[in-house]
Design a protein around this ligand. Sequence first.
Ligand SMILES: [Cu+2]
Length: 315
Amino acid sequence: MPLPPPLQSTLDPHGPDAREIAEITWVLIGGAGVILALVVVLAAWAVFGRGQRRGAWLGSHAAVVGGGIVLPVVVLSALLVYTFIAAARMPAAHAEPALRIEVIGELWWWRVRYMDGDASGGHTNGGIDFETANELRLPVGRSVELHLRSDNVLHSFWVPALAGKLDLIPGRVNRLTVRADQAGHFRGQCAEYCGTQHAQMALWVVATPPADFDRWRAAQRAPAAAAPPAAFMQHCASCHAVRGSAAAGVLGPDLTHVGSRLTLAAGALPNHVGAHAAWIADPQQVKPGSLMPAFARELDGRQLTALAGYLRALE
Ligand SMILES: [Cu+2]
């Protein structure tokens, strides 16, 4: 499936919080624009204007106190109160979530864990429904609570079409409630420098109608469609899990349904067989510094092709 262009814009909101943020942005730009226009007019009058009254008025006590103190205090206070009110209005923050998802910042990818659908709490320890990576599927119109965590360094979760930024802080769980009002693909990006491959730490949010989401969730819960080949068990199982097999590594992404993802390696590659083979042969070529080693030496061409074909078919 072709991806939409990787646009990320605060001014193209698709959820209630993002819409509020876009409105605040426009009001602040508008307010700043009015003041700028006023200053330009006064400056033009001071330079090009004629007559005695001009100098007398611009130099007067009233002009200095009014324009230099009263006006800025009134305008800035009004904008401050407005932003507080607008921020408090953000509706997604108040809604009872239909779903909880842990989003964990790794070096340099996103571990995504769907928690049990019921809202009985205790979700951050255990209660994992299934794990995936670099992609968040959400049901349209439902509030979803993200639990943002990191066990390494600071990262920041930012999907401008849905919400503002929120940091992932080691030792803490930050909660962010998002809601997509329309179906669509929304790109996100780590927004806090976290090391060498920070720039290639993207993720996609895919909002689908609830029925499609339920189908997707049922498919993700299921074990892998086929057992891994011997080469996988030998070289890859120490870092990657394929549910339904003995491969249970946790250092890298869960690959049980890797073929169903939009991209590979946090947005670095498209998800097709050739990209799988290129990635396995030499991840360092794609993401220098990545925690996955190259396998171009250990695996011959036939094994590489077989592994790539196997993984791509895990939908
Ligand atoms: Cu980062």
